[in-house]
Design a protein around this ligand. Structure first.
Ligand code: TXA
Ligand code: MG
Length: 338
């Protein structure tokens, strides 16, 4: 299959929408990460997503919508807090899990009786969903297990020849996947941290519970609220260890590791003190710059041929929680305190 690389013009968005309507797969920009979209109402198209990504069959997909009125047909109930959260955070990097209606094929929900729904704010995503006239199932557009793509070029790297088209828009602004909250349980539960922070969520959902799997490893036989939590994720080939400590202690630690192939995955502020090769992921003083840069920095570790990386741990507040959640999985929960 030849993958069409389409600039996001009006004509090309119409072309991509036609591909989706006939059951094809399109790489789609969103404000979080690029998605691999197909019609959520077409089970064969959804099966092709799993195939193209090499995704485990039991990991359900998020359904993307363009208008508030698109939500009602997809679910059987919307609790008042869920409605308030949608009004506060949509369009944007926020996904709600709700009881699913019969319109959602079971391949989308991986056999669960719930469905994840999100309304992206990215204008190209919005235009594509509108033009297709369909809810779009879309996981992140990476090969399963690799860091999510935050540029169109990274989508092409993983998916060239495997999907029909990629809309070649700019880099994603948030850079980590959406915040996922389940309203299918009481109290509502944060399953995945993202661009909408716990602090923001609690203003609307005061009794929100943070699932332990957000920060802790999940045992292989443990039952999890979100199947995605149990898989190894976001991992480059390079072995990553997270290093927690002050900037001075971090620099002193990495400077003892002068072996070839070792790199410091650090903040821009760390650079003057770090004497070994470094790849940066944003600024310590600006958490959004960290989430925006993280996944591309993880992929650069492999591009640049490193085999060992020591990552300076982010703070756990605000968007830092999402950055920490992705990085600790990339590090397979290996943490050193200095
Ligand atoms: O920002 C995002 O959410 C991106 C962009 C493309 O929209 N999408 C994304 O999709 O990150 P994906 O498939 O990589 O992650 C979806 C996560 C997985 O952890 C999955 O297990 C969980 O959401 N999920 C989906 N449906 C669920 C459900 N019904 N119940 C529990 N978890 C669910
Ligand atoms: Mg993913």
């Amino acid at each position: 299959m030849i993958t069409e690389k389409l600039l996001p013009t009006e004509d090309n968005i119409a072309r991509a929408a036609a591909i989706l309507r006939r059951g094809g797969l399109v790489g789609m920009p969103t404000e979080t990460v690029y998605g691999l979209a197909a019609s959520a109402l077409d089970p064969d198209a959804v099966r092709a997503i799993f195939e193209a990504k090499g995704r485990p069959q039991d990991n359900p997909l998020i359904v993307h919508i363009a208008e508030f009125s698109d939500l009602d047909p997809l679910v059987t109930a919307i609790p008042p807090t869920a409605r308030a959260a949608a009004e506060a955070f949509w369009p944007g990097p926020f996904t709600m899990i709700l009881p699913k209606s019969d319109r959602i094929p079971s391949v989308v929900s991986a056999g669960l009786d719930t469905v994840a729904v999100r309304m992206p704010s990215d204008p190209v995503a919005h235009a594509l969903i509108q033009a297709a006239g369909l809810p779009l199932a879309a996981p992140s557009a990476n090969r399963s297990g690799l860091p999510s793509p935050t540029t169109a070029e990274r989508v092409v790297e993983d998916m060239d020849g495997r999907i029909d088209a990629v809309l070649m828009a700019g880099p994603c602004s948030v850079g980590v996947e959406s915040t996922v909250v389940s309203f299918a349980c009481t109290p509502p539960r944060l399953l995945r941290p993202g661009g909408i922070t716990v602090e923001q969520l609690r203003r609307i959902i005061p009794d929100l519970v943070v699932d332990p799997a957000v920060l802790n490893p999940v045992a292989p036989d443990q039952k999890v609220a979100s199947p995605g939590m149990k898989y190894k994720h976001y991992a480059p080939r390079c072995r990553v260890t997270m290093v927690e400590g002050s900037p001075a202690a971090y620099a002193a630690f990495v400077n003892r590791h002068t072996e070839a192939g070792t790199v410091a995955l650090c903040f821009e502020e760390d650079l003057p003190a770090v004497k070994i090769p470094a790849v940066t992921y944003g600024r310590a003083c600006d958490q959004s710059s960290q989430s925006e840069a993280l996944f591309d920095a993880l992929r650069r570790l492999d591009d640049e041929g490193y085999d060992t990386a020591f990552a300076h741990a982010p703070a756990l507040s605000g968007v830092g929680l999402a950055v920490y959640n992705r990085l600790i999985r990339a590090a397979a929960f290996q943490v050193v305190k200095v």
